[in-house]
Design a protein around this ligand. Structure first.
Ligand code: ZN
Length: 452
């Protein structure tokens, strides 16, 4: 008998088309880099992936009373990972005008000022997490504000939802309004206390978060580097070489550094689990240094277009072996949707005379990002024992998407249609640790009644 379920059964299986990646498909869409089952099965047990494969093979080996949740022809895949986003900028999304440095002054700093209030911080954090889930993003690397309260509110909201989140309090001790300023000592003290409280607590991780080189004194970057050495498994996030005016400013502030990236390198911040947003105006030596260190870039195409910052160079990153992910950068970026952001990445690649295949874009938004964050054994692909954070993509979400995907002759073409036409409407359901947290209930049967 059919019934509705939110997927909270201890053990159940999800049936639908199923896609996940095993490796980077690269620019040639390596067919060994992914698994796609047109009629697949994802078996979930106590919030973890128990098995994955073709439904026809797996169903026969499963108990007759196992609940099977039917997703029809929709595509199941691991939840998206957004590696660079600012939760306090939720309310300034779509604020227009000028480029980066003016945008910070005119829109960002006034909005961030309000996060000294824990009630405001909590209400924005809840809205932000709802919005991520509606858009199929199950893990994100998140900037808070300079206020300790902003990080406390965010971590607490994510903890209650059992979401896998990475976040950090912004370090910022100069070149910003006085009431948004910390000091090297106070910033380091708050960071230490926050990471000791939150890093590794359930699914939460801490990131040491200098906003960027221009708003941190050498003393503050020095203290951030000391913390990074003391806590090597903690992540690092900041911005680098986003805008030409910013690059020129950083050169005057750190005249001894060879380059913008070299500023961070001198303080020990270029290392594994360090993620640098943008990395547009960098050179070969910077890319090679990042590749060697294990640091990675977050390519934020929507933000780079919106603020007129420039075009990320995928070919140069690949040539140097520098890893990168794709991120929304809300609120410089103007959508929470990773699908729309992947669509923008595809267009930026074309503007730069390059090509980003859709398969690779989806890899970068799932397993590719998980690898950069050191989370590849937990999220980003369906391997036995990994955490069951996954999404269901509706190929009939709009009449145009239904019409276009029905005519697609290959998986690449179908995925390209999804990232070109798709947004939050395509995310039919989102699951965290096997529990449905967004979307309409799916229909469940038991294995006995399955046509399988
Ligand atoms: Zn940013």
């Amino acid at each position: 008998m059919a019934r509705h379920t939110d997927g909270t059964e201890k053990r159940c299986a999800h049936r639908g088309a199923l896609l996940h990646f095993l490796a980077d498909p690269g620019s040639h869409s390596d067919p060994a880099s992914f698994e796609f089952f047109a009629d697949g099965l994802l078996v979930v047990d106590e919030g973890r992936v128990a098995a994955v494969g073709p439904a026809g093979e797996l169903l026969a080996s499963l108990p007759a009373d196992l609940p099977i949740i039917e997703h029809g022809g929709d595509i199941l895949m691991p939840g998206f990972i957004d590696t660079h986003i600012h939760y306090p900028q939720t309310d300034v999304i779509g604020s227009g005008g000028r480029q980066l440095l003016d945008w910070l002054e005119d829109h960002t700093f006034p909005a961030e000022r309000r996060f000294s209030d824990p009630v405001h911080a909590r209400s924005v954090a809840e809205f932000f997490l709802d919005e991520l889930l509606r858009n199929g993003t199950t893990t994100a690397m998140v900037f808070c504000t300079v206020h300790r309260t902003s990080a406390e509110a965010f971590f607490d909201a994510a903890l209650r939802r059992r979401m896998r989140m990475i976040a950090g309090k912004v370090l910022m001790d100069r070149n910003c309004p006085p009431d948004l300023r910390d000091s090297p000592a106070a910033g380091a003290q708050d960071t230490r206390e926050l990471l000791e409280k939150w890093h590794g607590r359930e699914r939460l991780q801490y990131a040491i978060t200098p906003r960027f080189a221009a708003t941190s004194s050498p003393e503050q970057l020095e203290s951030a580097g000391r913390l990074a050495r003391e806590f090597p498994d903690v992540l690092i996030q900041t911005h680098a070489a986003e805008n030409l005016e910013e690059v020129a400013w950083v050169r005057t502030l750190y005249p001894d550094a060879r380059s913008y990236m070299d500023v961070y390198d001198r303080y020990g911040l270029v290392r594994e689990r360090a993620l640098f947003a943008h990395c547009i105006h960098i050179d070969r030596l910077d890319r090679e240094r990042m590749a060697k260190s294990g640091a990675a870039a977050a390519f934020c195409p929507a933000s780079n277009l919106y603020l007129g910052s420039g075009l990320f160079d995928i070919a140069a990153a690949d040539c140097a072996g520098m890893r990168f992910s794709i991120a929304t950068d809300v609120g410089g970026g103007n959508s929470f949707s990773m699908l729309r952001t992947l669509g923008d990445a595809y267009k930026v690649a074309h503007l730069a005379g390059q090509h980003l295949p859709a398969l690779r874009a989806f890899y970068l938004a799932t397993l590719g990002a998980a690898r950069i964050l050191g989370l590849q054994h937990r999220v980003g692909r369906f391997s036995a024992g990994s955490e069951a954070d996954f999404i269901v993509l509706d190929l009939k979400a709009t009449p145009l998407i239904a019409r276009r995907t029905a005519q697609a002759r290959s998986l690449e073409e179908r995925l390209l249609a999804l990232l070109t036409l798709g947004d939050d409407r395509v995310i039919a359901r989102t699951y965290i640790l096997g529990r449905q947290v967004h979307g309409a209930p799916a229909t469940a049967r038991t294995n006995r009644n399955n046509s399988g």
